[in-house]
Design a protein around this ligand. Structure first.
Ligand code: AMP
Length: 558
């Protein structure tokens, strides 16, 4: 691939005179090789064993893979898909595909096979790389795909599936072995597309978010700052958030940029496997959605275990239950860092860390701040507005629709037409679909997704706050709050609860536990106990589905 579209900058006295070096993803792995070449990347393989090598090895194999892609005929801008867990081969593809000018399309394997087929077709993927776990998924994809020219199993020769029926099936390690590691990373416009990720969308077809090299690098820089995710060369980072979900929140880039040791947990995300890896590899920080941390907490408590080096969990994707934050801090000396973002934001928007003027506050007040979704990181701007688009005050009480803008925020969805920004954006701001408050210090707190807000007598009730109160009850494992029909108030809150194993609690006890914690009229009208809550492809509770299942629930207050 050759540089063919770098813009020529005018040389004039009004322009700065610094070098015009495009910000390209390949520069990150070159930097990691040159300056932290010996730092380790440790992966749990699909087979369950541990693989370890260095950033230098990763760079070498990424160059070999870039040569292999060229031989396969992959050109600048072509989409190349992955269906893979967090592992070293996936990391190599992050650099080989984007670095060579093609577009890495990470597919979420937890989506419905029909949605996967739709996505691969919409993206016009040219090749699909896959972990063997997803062999059946790939077989069904191959039966439908119109654009995919070949499939590459991310394994070595002796593990290749026999007679799979998959057309043009290749072996990853064969491609590496047969390719030279002499490869000069091409230089092109930093605004070129680098990565494509589809939103899981609970309704309608998933929509593609197309990141650029520039947006990815700016996001990696900003997310590494101390008051952001604090990524440094002293950390051992274990991204549990999948590399198929918004680029694992940028860690494959920020860890390499800072020279952090990387630990990639593969498919085994249960409490025991994560604890083993954390202890064996000296993991200092990890990141993922709350459900994963429930599993880990439950495991260490059941087995009366602790942590030697583990100090930080970066949590996002759904609201962090304060009770979990407290347990990790008080019992295990692990801090939970609350973050918020979305696929459309690469994903990081806010992080909750304290400022110096908070340091003298009593612990309970500090804890109350740390439960918020936090402060924007530099590069993102946010505001809350009413339904007519008027900006609302930052008083920590007024709820409004949350809007964002910034250089790593989506302007329009992939292949959705040029006219879309005008329809999608509000005066240049992206509506997030979240409802939030912002306090005088700029700390944002999500009260709901706009479609999940409970509307009672014309007033909004925030379901997240009710769920947090329920989760603080010692017998509650998981809770979700939805609005159900009420003839007088339109909607009233209904609490849906999964009890902890062997724990007992009644409906009335749970309802009583809200006394003094929320306004009286916010108290749920009823409780339904269930065995499990439905969870979507990115580990979030599917409230739509709960609403569907319970749409005929008759409240006792009617
Ligand atoms: P996704 O694009 O799948 O990452 O989903 C983005 C959405 O997840 C946001 O718009 C929020 O509704 C939700 N979300 C992300 N982080 C948080 C958080 N810390 N608290 C509450 N909701 C969150």
């Amino acid at each position: 691939m050759t540089p063919d579209n770098i813009p020529d900058y005018p040389k004039s006295p009004s322009m700065g005179q610094m070098m015009h070096q495009p910000m390209l993803i390949s520069s990150i792995i070159q930097h990691a090789d040159r300056h932290f070449g010996g730092k380790e990347i440790v992966s749990r393989r699909v087979e369950g064993d541990i693989h370890r090598y260095t950033y230098r090895d990763c760079h070498k194999r990424a160059r070999q893979m870039a040569n292999a892609l060229e031989k396969l005929g992959v050109r600048m801008g072509d989409r190349v898909a992955t269906l893979a867990w967090n592992g070293y081969r996936h990391l190599e593809l992050y650099y080989a595909i984007s670095g060579s000018g093609a577009v890495l399309h990470t597919i979420n394997p937890r989506l419905h096979p029909e949605q996967i087929a739709y996505i691969a077709d919409h993206a016009e993927d040219s090749y699909v790389f896959f972990d063997l776990t997803f062999l059946d998924l790939v077989k069904s994809l191959a039966a439908h795909s119109k654009t995919v020219k070949g499939y590459i199993a991310m394994t070595d020769r002796h593990r290749m599936p026999a007679a799979s029926g998959i057309p043009n099936l290749m072996c990853y390690e064969d491609l590496i072995e047969n390719s030279s590691d002499r490869y000069a990373w091409p230089v092109f416009d930093e605004n070129s597309a680098s990565t494509l990720c589809y939103t899981s969308g609970t309704t309608g077809n998933p929509k593609g978010v197309l990141y650029s090299h520039r947006s990815t690098i700016l996001h990696a820089y900003a997310s590494s700052l101390p008051d952001a995710l604090n990524v440094s060369g002293r950390e051992v980072l274990m991204p549990v958030v999948p590399m198929f979900h918004v680029n694992a929140w940028g860690f494959p880039y920020s860890a390499a940029l800072a020279g952090a040791k990387l630990v990639l947990p593969g498919p085994m995300l249960d409490g025991q496997s994560l604890h083993e890896l954390i202890e064996q590899e000296g993991v200092t920080a990890s990141a993922g959605v709350p459900t994963v941390w429930h599993g880990l907490l439950h495991y260490v408590e059941r087995k009366s275990l602790g942590f030697k080096s583990f100090r930080r969990i970066i949590i996002g994707g759904s609201a962090c239950p304060p009770a979990m934050m407290k347990s990790f801090r008080e019992k295990h000396n692990v801090e939970l860092l609350h973050t918020w973002g979305m696929t459309e934001m690469s994903p990081l928007g806010t992080v909750c860390t304290l400022q110096n003027h908070h340091m003298h506050l009593p612990q309970t007040e500090q804890e109350a701040i740390l439960q918020k979704q936090g402060h924007v990181i530099y590069g993102v701007d946010m505001k809350i507005v009413d339904d007519a688009g008027n900006e609302l005050p930052w008083d920590g009480r007024t709820c409004g629709n949350l809007l964002v803008r910034g250089p790593w925020v989506l302007e329009s969805y992939f292949k959705n037409g040029d006219s879309e920004p005008a329809q999608l954006l509000q005066d240049g701001w992206l509506p997030t679909g979240d409802v939030a408050t912002i306090d005088a210090d700029g700390y944002m707190q999500i009260t709901d997704r706009s479609k999940d807000v409970i509307k009672s007598g014309g007033e909004w009730i925030g379901s997240i706050e009710l769920e947090n109160v329920a989760m603080a009850h010692p017998a509650v494992q998981q809770a979700a709050c939805i609005g159900v029909f009420h003839p007088k108030w339109d909607e009233r809150p209904l609490l849906v609860v999964v009890k902890k194993a062997d724990a007992e609690v009644t409906r009335d006890e749970l309802i009583d536990s809200f006394a003094g914690k929320v306004a009286k009229w916010w108290t749920p009208d009823d409780v339904v106990f269930v065995d499990a809550l439905p969870v979507g492809a990115t580990g979030k509770i599917l409230k739509n589905e709960i609403r569907n299942r319970l749409r005929h629930h008759r409240l006792p207050t009617i």
